[in-house]
Design a protein around this ligand. Sequence first.
Ligand SMILES: [Zn+2]
Length: 123
Amino acid sequence: MNPAGSIGKLGFRRWYERQLYASHAWLVACLVSGFGMFALLEDLAGRAFGAQAAIVLMVAFAAGAIAWYALARYLRMLLRAQHLAERSTCEACGTYGLYRLVGATPRFMIVSCRKCAHEWRID
Ligand SMILES: [Zn+2]
């Protein structure tokens, strides 16, 4: 879950771009699963209760659980990427997202601007 390794390997801008693509793929998964769940529930409304209706209900529940998980992943990835993006502007020269990783712990990273070598800490 710590993004420092990926940022150190890819650079912030490419990491951020990939986070946006991946998080929006989770959003698409959420929407598809959510629509699937509602379609199954609508189908269930016209059925008499029985074994087939119970199976449809279980599949609808699974689709809802997948939609909920995908929404949580989407929000978590997007908020983390946004949090780091807001702290990725060099305070000395104003360059955005061009830094190299100097050091990292699970709680923060020390980065250095590629343009002016100014170092700062990103929590
Ligand atoms: Zn700088």
